[in-house]
Design a protein around this ligand. Structure first.
Ligand code: NAD
Length: 477
């Protein structure tokens, strides 16, 4: 069994109260680890440590910060196997995808090591004065993350925060804290001064709330549910903290009449079911041109049926269990709601058969047709392996349906027509649009939401901006 600890001021520590909680593998309920369950006092200690470390770190050269971030990336790669196994054991995703997540988090650290060197200011000449504009770190940053990509989504915050000169306190998700904590230990082991990176484990309602409400943190970077984001925004307002919120999504996937159907079906099935649909940019609603709907659905179901379900530690598994019983319950509830309102079940709709699945939170990839926007699957975030499909007659109608959502994180369009692609991309209300590609994440480009999917951007140059304040220095002549 793995023994986890928190990281405060460069030391690995238990919770002040001595309390712990168990982490169990969602594939079979085996005990994976005992982790400290901290509270408000632990979070306050970590914030104090980050505050103490801030003056030195904020004034360090970008070259020094870059060297340390590159070293951190090297250590993360070196420890990839250990971190990836913990990730699979705590939240279920297949080991091959856990490895990719850990390696991608190292790439993010490398990217911001270099981007930090380009944190240039401005020089402005005026008639009787000169102005310098500095871009300086905002202060101690609280980083609060969810369980679906606990390592990567933390790297998206730690990389730019450290490159900007902020010190940080991270609050990994309660149900999957192990890999994120080991990732942060690797960052710390790169030789950062004590207190630059801290990790506190425990319930969001205590540890997370303290990080938001305590005036020491000057910035809260949050990824998680829209409701939690709303609470964070309200409580950050008291101290007018900088806030960035990456929240829920409900991504439409439009397949036009002229689309390459093999490509669209394969890409759609992967993005609807990988990570068991527990992705904020998962394909949640599929709109297919009426003329090609039959052919597309056939290909889509064939692709979905190929996916192998099992314990993520086994070889060649494509889909693991869902991360928790409550996630599976919500999926069941959404499928039942759709069927009761007249949807047709084309695939899945229940747990897989077999003793090997009996103790885990498994669920089959599920395809529904005959759906409409009165059903929960078409409105609320299922965060499960469900692909509801309906048809459209014109591209304008598809765009209207796609935009009929409170969310606006990602949208996808498959078409061979450049004109249709541009027409749709300009009209879709989301922070990212994928044209003939099923992923809108690129380390070098801004990622974030419109509408109730939040605001602020991570990744790319813009990811660094959100940890910086501007300062105008005016020199009289
Ligand atoms: P969640 O909101 O329940 O929890 C996220 C984090 O917030 C956890 O660490 C939790 O402990 C903490 N938290 C809970 N209450 C808090 C409070 N009052 N104050 C401070 N922190 C608190 O979300 P989740 O269930 O872990 O993750 C799933 C959600 O995340 C989905 O809605 C998904 O769409 C969203 N998500 C969004 C993105 C994106 O980039 N937009 C990416 C991944 C996941």
């Amino acid at each position: 069994m793995f023994n986890a600890s928190m990281l405060i001021n460069g030391s690995q520590v238990p919770a002040l109260s001595g309390r712990t909680t168990e982490i169990r593998n969602p594939a079979n309920q085996e005990l994976v680890a005992e982790v400290p369950s901290g509270g408000r006092k632990d979070a306050e200690m970590a914030l104090e440590a980050a505050k103490k470390a801030f003056p030195e770190w904020s004034l360090a050269t970008s070259a020094l910060r870059a060297d340390l971030l590159h070293e951190a990336a090297r250590l993360v790669r070196q420890r990839c196997e250990q971190i990836a196994r913990l990730l699979t054991q705590e939240m279920g995703k297949p080991l091959k995808y856990s490895r990719l997540e850990v390696l991608s988090s190292a790439d993010v650290l490398d990217y911001y090591a270099e981007e930090g060197k380009r944190n240039f200011g401005q020089w402005i000449s005026s008639p009787r004065s000169r102005s310098i504009v500095l871009r300086q770190p905002v202060g101690v940053a609280a980083l609060i993350t969810p369980w679906n990509y606990p390592v990567d989504l933390l790297a998206w915050k730690v990389g730019p925060a450290l490159a900007a000169g902020c010190t940080v306190v991270a609050k990994p998700p309660s149900i999957a804290p192990l890999a994120a904590t080991e990732f942060m230990k690797a960052v710390n082991d790169a030789g950062l001064p004590g207190g630059v990176v801290n990790v506190v484990l425990g319930p969001g309602s205590e540890v997370g709330a303290e990080l938001v409400e305590n005036p020491i943190s000057k910035k809260v970077a949050f990824t998680g549910e829209t409701e939690t984001g709303r609470w964070i925004m309200e409580h950050s307002a008291r101290h007018l903290k900088r806030v960035s919120l990456e929240l829920g999504g409900h991504s439409p996937f439009i397949v036009c009449e002229d689309a390459d159907l093999d490509k669209a079906a394969a890409a759609g099935a992967i993005r609807a079911f990988s990570n068991m649909g527990q992705i904020c940019i998962s394909v949640n609603r599929i709109y297919v041109a009426q003329e090609i709907a039959g052919e597309f659905i056939e290909k889509f179901i064939e692709r979905a049926g190929r996916l192998k379900i099992g314990n993520g530690l086994e070889q060649d598994v494509d889909l693991g269990p869902m991360a928790s019983g409550s996630q599976r319950d919500k999926t069941r509830e959404h499928v039942a709601d759709a069927l009761q309102k007249g949807a047709r079940l084309l695939l899945g709709g229940r747990e897989p058969d077999g003793a090997e699945y009996s103790k885990g939170y498994f669920y089959q990839p599920t395809v529904l047709s005959g759906v409409d926007h009165g059903m929960k699957v078409m409105r609320e975030e299922t965060f499960g392996p469900v692909a509801p499909i309906t048809t459209f007659e014109t591209v304008d109608q598809a765009i209207g349906l796609a935009n009929d959502s409170q969310y606006g994180l990602a949208s996808y369009v498959y078409t061979e027509s450049l004109e249709s692609a541009i027409y749709a991309a300009e009209r879709l209300e989301s922070g990212g649009v994928g044209i003939n590609i099923n992923n809108v994440v690129d380390i070098q480009a801004p990622f974030g939401g419109w509408k109730q999917s939040g605001f602020g951007r991570e990744l790319g140059r813009q990811g660094l901006d959100s940890y910086l304040e501007l300062k105008h220095i005016r020199i009289g002549l």
